[in-house]
Design a protein around this ligand. Structure first.
Ligand SMILES: [Mg+2]
Length: 212
């Protein structure tokens, strides 16, 4: 009897955890840098340098700065003369959809997979994405660095994912384009895909037995 029951046992399908930047949406700090430069004493190149992978952005995305405090520091750093509301509108508008991955996510939802967003990001970016990218409403939950005081690849944020999903180990399948982010997940037993192209990620999903 036990053997017969075992025949019908199916392992729980994994929850799929998506990184956001360079996986579901592309981004370019050159876009907001050019627009901010029109109201600043700095050039677009200098502003991009002040933003992309900077210590200031790290403090904002790890929740050490509110959006208002980040605005104050940016205003001082680049000599921005525009208002707060305009800064907020410009700052988050740097994203373009990666359609094959958004389509892949939609097919995973149709196939009844639980899906999550796990991102190093900030309030203005998320506000912009929520307002402009309808696919973003289709996830079970969202784990954003700025809401938890930690950034990938810090272990603490991966523990938040396990708490929020109620899953651990191989019950999680994590897709991220950065090797260092994947490297924290692997020793915890998560299944991982280092995202390079939509085609390769689809092939990796098929290899793991997920045909969508
Ligand atoms: Mg990424």
């Amino acid at each position: 009897m036990a053997q017969k029951a075992q025949k019908y046992f199916m392992p729980k399908p994994p929850a799929i955890v998506f990184d956001l930047g360079k996986v579901l949406v592309d981004f370019d700090y050159g876009i907001n840098a050019r627009r901010l430069a029109a109201h600043s004493r700095c050039s677009a190149d200098e502003i991009r340098h002040a933003l992309d992978q900077s210590a200031l952005l790290h403090r904002y995305e790890s929740g050490q700065l509110t959006t208002a405090a980040f605005f104050d520091e940016m205003r001082a750093a680049i000599g921005y003369t525009g208002g707060f509301a305009e800064f907020c509108r410009i700052f988050g508008d740097i994203f373009t959809a990666i359609e094959p991955m958004i389509d892949l996510h939609a097919r995973l939802r149709v196939a009844d997979f639980s899906t999550y967003i796990f991102s190093n990001t900030n309030e203005l970016a998320i506000r912009h994405i929520r307002e402009n990218f309808p696919f973003f409403a289709g996830f079970d939950d969202f784990i954003f660095s700025f809401e938890h005081g930690a950034m990938k690849p810090e272990l603490k944020l991966y523990e938040v994912v396990e708490q929020r999903t109620g899953r651990r180990g191989a019950e999680l399948l994590y897709i991220d384009d950065r090797q260092e982010n994947i490297a924290t997940a692997r020793p915890r037993g998560w299944q991982t895909i280092l995202h390079e192209t939509p085609e390769k990620t689809r092939a990796a999903l098929r290899t793991l037995g997920l045909e969508v």
